[in-house]
Design a protein around this ligand. Structure first.
Ligand code: GDP
Length: 140
């Protein structure tokens, strides 16, 4: 399988609950290499730009309010087949439907406040990693 990079975000709910360390342990424990990482507080325009594909969805306003209410941890993650592998480790969007052993099952609260984000395709992973990390910030 090809080595890929994907964008992971530890969302405000997980940061508020002191779950950064637990999520990073699961991430590294599953074989991901963290190539870049930073804690940032997203501005409303930054969050709206990042989630632009969802702007017609009924929950868009709630999503932006949630993602900007406190700091997040943004990571460029590398592994064989990283895009699917990270989505598998996160589990379903709704933590109640996520399997045991997944991040969202362990740390998510509800369908909106679900602890982590992950890119949904390799093309979007490239766009999303670039959105947060200029090339020189991603370790080689
Ligand atoms: P993901 O790819 O699993 O993150 O799910 P989606 O792309 O469908 O949705 C993006 C994000 O929007 C989710 O991770 C949630 O944080 C949020 N979201 C999705 N569905 C809902 C919903 O019904 N209500 C609210 N408040 N937020 C939602």
């Amino acid at each position: 399988m090809a080595v890929e990079r994907t964008l992971g975000i530890i969302k405000p709910d997980a940061v508020e609950k002191n779950n950064i360390g637990g999520i990073l342990a699961m991430t590294e424990g599953d074989g991901f290499v963290i190539k870049a990482m930073k804690m940032v507080r997203l501005s409303v325009p930054q969050a709206e730009g990042f989630y632009a594909v969802h702007k017609e969805r009924p929950f868009f306003g709630e999503l932006i309010e949630f993602m900007t209410r406190g700091p997040v941890v943004v990571m460029a993650l590398e592994a064989d087949g990283a895009v699917k592998k990270w989505r598998d480790l996160m589990g379903a969007t709704n933590p109640a439907e996520a399997p045991e052993g997944t991040i969202r099952k362990s740390f998510g609260t509800n369908i909106g406040e679900n602890a982590t984000h992950g890119s949904d395709s390799l093309d979007n992973a490239r766009i999303e990693v670039n959105y947060f990390f200029p090339g020189f910030e991603v370790g080689i």
